[in-house]
Ligand binder design. Sequence first.
Ligand SMILES: Cc1ncc(C[n+]2csc(CCOP(=O)(O)OP(=O)(O)O)c2C)c(N)n1
Ligand SMILES: [Mg+2]
Length: 365
Amino acid sequence: MTARPRARPHAAVPEGAGPRAAGALALPAGLGRAALLDLYYFMRLTRSLEERLTNLYRQGKVIGGLFRSLGQEADSVGSAYALDRSAGDVLSPLIRNLGSLLVMGARPVEVLRQYMAKAGSPTRGRELNLHFGDPGRGFIGQISHLGDMVPVMAGITLTFRMRGQRRVGLAYVGDGAMSTGAFHEGMNFAAVQRLPLVVVAENNGYAYSTTLERQTAVVELAQKAGAYGVPAERADGNDVLAVYDVTRRAVDRARSGGGVTLIELVTYRRKGHAEHDDQHYVPRDELARWEHRDPIDLYAARVAGEGWLEPAALEDTDRRVARELDAAVSETEGEPLPDPATALDAVYAMPKRQPALWFREPARG
Ligand SMILES: Cc1ncc(C[n+]2csc(CCOP(=O)(O)OP(=O)(O)O)c2C)c(N)n1
Ligand SMILES: [Mg+2]
């Protein structure tokens, strides 16, 4: 019998990461005051929108599961922000990438309608969380099967190249999703084809209740890049500037023909898999340690400490987010659910009956 792998603490924060001394990291290129404020706005919007959704969930108004990204807002926001929306870049989100969707232009009212299964939701009440897409705004509707978005995004980025477009795709995968065959096939194909794809591996320590060391024998998810012959980067997923910086480099590499990069973002899932999950399997001291590395608190302290943004600008942003969400919740809360008589509309296509290719009608007469 093989010995069980030695337990190791989850997701040791990468060397040099964590709360930094002021001035330790230069401001990533291209980030001016407006962009710095944007990063704060989108992280705060993500956090507050999820808090509103939690209240609605407890009132029985969210129909289905609620998958929080508490503690992972920097990972979603910083990586999506590194794409160039005006160039037509696209990303494929997972259930915890609300922040990425908001950066790409999804509106809180759409997200509220999705979760509350309203008739006017992007999926007309058929799908109950973030599984909706809008290629026009650069986000692809996700397939629930873990890992499958990697081959899908490989296909999408292949079309960019075949059409001579300088567009980049970004696919998110979780530590659990990386154990699937679909991830392997997609990575391999994208790597061999040198496609303009960035794969962001979100190492948040858990897949449901499965810890990282029970998920994989590698110590760092970035090591998997070696199997595909692509470069890897590893960054502190709770530091939005580090996330932006590392993703921006990978996006630039992809756009200039350098192919795929695998980025590992080290972060932590501070809630259960979904709201129904009480995290009984999580050591309390582990949670407490990561609460001290809250990405929004770290960022607010950093930008104020460096003198990049005044505390008043952050407070104004908090008030702006609260106002926007008050309006979004009151706009959507009373909206109707779909009419049951329309339940099958837009679910099944009714293709014209075609003779099957493999079946020949017997000659008559
Ligand atoms: C192929 C497949 N197997 C199982 C599931 C059920 N499932 C949904 S989410 C999830 C855990 C995902 O963990 P991870 O990839 O680490 O992402 P995280 O939830 O941590 O963001 C599982 C097992 C699925 N959707 N697809
Ligand atoms: Mg995970």
